[in-house]
Write a protein that binds this ligand. Structure first.
Ligand SMILES: Cc1cc2nc3c(=O)[nH]c(=O)nc-3n(C[C@H](O)[C@H](O)[C@H](O)COP(=O)(O)OP(=O)(O)OC[C@H]3O[C@@H](n4cnc5c(N)ncnc54)[C@H](O)[C@@H]3O)c2cc1C
Length: 303
């Protein structure tokens, strides 16, 4: 279906969709809760998303917001204030996590938000000693009933457009970058979205395909295409690892006509640097003129 693009093209930011298209005439909840007066939520659920045999540990944490004024849109992030002090004796800094739920809350918990958090464990480059990231370990270790201090929501760019029914979407994620797309997909399907949606999800191991069952259920919608790229377990014909960009190239016969539609938006979320390979793939498969158009319809949230 060809639908006229409703967005202004007056002032594009390089690589980014014009923020004003999302902000103008639109009520976006922003910074309702600040560090000085955070929202105190209650943990309703904390479950491990990665399979037990995975070398990684990623959790789905549902926080109840009952009694607060916390509201949000799919694609926004929440700040978590980890309990305790840093080495300088100051309260830990806020850590941002993409909200993984739909604006009306996690299924079964009407007034809530959920986070998808990977436990960060790394080696101190000087001593070689194992270190644990403060915010991710704090969040992954939260127990049902615990209180958690939240700030936000933040983010006025990485959102679905208000007239989402008039668009097609290509969502490209790596790791916990899947979080905002979970909320967006829920919003689209709850609103009987009929246009095309692609979700291409890259992760190192099969054990780390987050929310696989849930997304698998959306496969009953003929307009939803869910593709994974398992970099450490799948190989391209030349023996190289399979990343998101290789899946884009593999599906180019369907993706190029979709990219030609001026109402197709691309969203990229996850590991910093992932956008490079995606741009390279698009430059390979699209004529220059199409690539120049498409790059203006990309929204990026990488960290
Ligand atoms: C907009 C936004 C959205 C985000 N959404 C999510 C999300 O949905 N899920 C999610 O899990 N994360 C998300 N993050 C990342 C998250 O905010 C934290 O950065 C991450 O959890 C690590 O924080 P930490 O407190 O555990 O580690 P820290 O305690 O902050 O780490 C301490 C130090 O260790 C270093 N370090 C950290 N990790 C490593 C590493 N792997 N190897 C070597 N050194 C390292 C850092 O340089 C840092 O100085 C998001 C970030 C942004 C900006």
């Amino acid at each position: 279906m060809k639908v006229k693009c409703q967005f202004s093209i007056l002032n594009y930011q390089l690589f980014f969709y014009d923020v004003r298209d999302f902000v103008m005439d639109r009520k976006i909840p922003l910074n309702i809760y600040k560090i000085s007066s955070p929202c105190v939520g209650t943990v309703l659920e904390n479950k491990k998303l990665t399979q037990p045999s995975s070398p990684n540990d990623t959790h789905h944490v549902v926080v109840g917001l009952e009694g607060s004024s916390y509201t949000y849109l799919e694609g926004q992030s929440a700040g978590v204030l980890p309990a305790g002090m840093d080495e300088k004796g100051k309260p830990h800094a806020v850590r941002l996590y993409s909200i993984a739920s739909h604006r009306s809350g996690e299924k079964g918990y009407p007034f809530s938000l959920s986070l998808c958090v990977k436990r960060v464990v790394y080696q101190n480059p000087q001593t070689g000693q194992e270190k644990r990231g403060v915010g991710s370990n704090y969040t992954c270790d939260l127990k049902t009933g615990d209180s958690v201090k939240l700030t936000g929501p933040v983010g006025n760019r990485f959102l679905l457009p208000e007239n989402f029914q008039e668009h097609h979407f290509i969502f490209l994620a790596t790791g916990t970058g899947i979080a905002p797309f979970r909320g967006m997909l829920a919003h689209l399907f709850q609103n009987h979205f009929k246009n095309e949606i692609w979700l291409i999800f890259g992760t190192p191991y099969k054990t780390d395909v987050l929310y696989e069952e849930e997304f698998g259920q959306y496969r009953s919608h003929p307009n939803f295409h869910f593709v994974t790229a398992i970099s450490r377990e799948e190989k391209n014909k030349d023996g190289s690892k399979v990343y998101v960009q290789h899946r884009i190239l593999e599906h180019q016969a369907k993706l190029i006509p979709l990219l030609r539609e001026t109402n197709t938006l691309l969203y990229i979320c996850g590991l910093k640097g992932m956008e490079k390979g995606i741009h390279e793939a698009m430059q390979v498969m699209c004529p220059q003129e199409l690539y120049e158009q498409v790059r203006k319809r990309i929204l990026i949230e990488v960290y």
